[in-house]
Design a protein around this ligand. Structure first.
Ligand code: ZN
Length: 373
């Protein structure tokens, strides 16, 4: 079993990449003798290996790195149909992927997850003894500490103890997380948010999600509802939202609402096709994308002003990252953040596929078991 001191070293190596023992000593503030003992234990357990040699002013030292195949994590996405289960290694690399039919019945979902785990464990690419845990990305409000899905409109769930159910069926430690939070953890451990202590990810899919890492840790808020920007009012008295309010960000900038507006205008509904129509000069397409990009840009600028993140990623589930929607969003952020020289935020727009949720879910298990502060 890994101790907090072991996890401290694994976390440093995850966030910084391979380090020499001397570098680990200076970054951790722990004595050289203790680091030598701890790293020897981690090497014996197979989690660390010696790699490149660093030549400095003193004796050459060897860098220690994480061994990819020393631990595997199962990530399950219940976000889009079909559901996805995959296995990642200690570097966050995807080793196996399965998809299974979506349903809202918890017992059925648990049975399908258990079958996918057995299938992946037997594929020959994974040492089944090194599968350490499972993470679930759930569209809705979760109580991560109790592993309960408190509420999910998409799954029609209320207070479902899905974490305990999956743990019982598979015999593996199981962790659950809100979908956008899971994707944020994935990017912070293994993606472009790595190495930052304060960052934000905004996912744009059928709905809109958002996750924040503050001081190096995922920020869930008082009840786990942090990041619910989809229902922040952007346009007072605007379009009716499914939440009962009007003018929420979701009504203007989610791919579902953009598709709905496009359908009404007799246009194709995907962001990519709508962007093509806009580039051909279609006024309705330009109006819809402009309105959505402006709404999202306003929401992002408010995050910049209130949280001052070092990096922000907008993860687009569809459409070009340099299309009209994305360009207007970026321009709106630039125009609505207090001017500072040099610019104080780093905003990138990236396209993600359906697997990103499941990779995030696997990262949640990795974070709990190997990298948690
Ligand atoms: Zn709403």
């Amino acid at each position: 079993m890994l101790s907090a001191a072991h996890i401290n070293i694994l976390r440093l190596l995850n966030q910084s990449g391979p380090l020499s023992r001397t570098e680990i000593v200076s970054l951790s503030g722990i004595s050289k003798a203790t680091i030598s003992a701890l790293t020897a234990e981690l090497i014996a357990l197979g989690y660390l290996q010696e790699g490149e040699i660093v030549y400095g002013s003193g004796r050459p030292s060897v860098r220690l790195g994480l061994v990819a195949g020393s631990a595997f994590f199962i990530g399950v996405s219940l976000v889009s149909s079909p559901f996805i289960a995959l296995a990642t290694d200690l570097h966050g690399g995807v080793v196996e992927t399965r998809s299974f039919e979506a349903t809202t019945e918890p017992a059925e979902i648990v049975a399908r997850i258990a079958a996918a785990v057995i299938d992946m464990a037997g594929a020959g690419t994974i040492d089944p003894a090194r599968i350490c845990g499972i993470g679930l990305a759930i569209p809705g409000l979760v109580d991560a500490a109790e592993s309960i899905c408190v509420r999910s409109t998409l799954l029609d769930w209320r207070d479902v103890p899905i974490g305990a159910m999956v743990a019982e069926a598979t015999g593996l430690p199981t962790f659950i997380e809100n979908d956008a939070n899971a994707m944020t953890v994935g990017q912070h451990l293994f993606g472009s948010l790595r190495g930052t202590s304060s960052c934000t990810l905004i996912s744009i899919g059928a709905g809109i999600g958002c996750g924040h890492v503050l001081c190096g840790a995922l920020h869930r808020g008082h009840r786990g509802g942090s990041g619910e920007i989809a229902h922040a009012t952007i346009e007072p008295d605007g379009l009716p939202c499914m939440c009962g309010k009007r003018g929420c960000l979701d009504t203007l900038a989610s791919l579902r609402s953009i598709a709905g507006q496009a359908r009404e205008a007799g246009l194709p509904t995907s962001l990519a096709e709508l962007d093509s129509a806009a580039s051909r000069g279609d006024h309705d397409a330009i109006r819809i994308l402009h309105r959505g990009g402006t709404a999202l840009g306003l929401a992002v600028s408010q995050i910049v002003q209130s949280l001052d993140p070092e990096k922000i990623i907008v993860a687009l589930g569809d459409g070009p990252v340099d299309g009209l929607y994305a360009r207007v969003m970026r321009q709106t952020v630039d125009a609505n953040v207090m001017p500072q020289e040099p610019r104080q935020y780093d905003l990138s727009i990236t396209e993600v596929d359906e697997r990103a949720w499941a990779i995030g879910a696997a990262s949640v298990a990795a974070a709990h078991l190997f990298f948690k502060a």
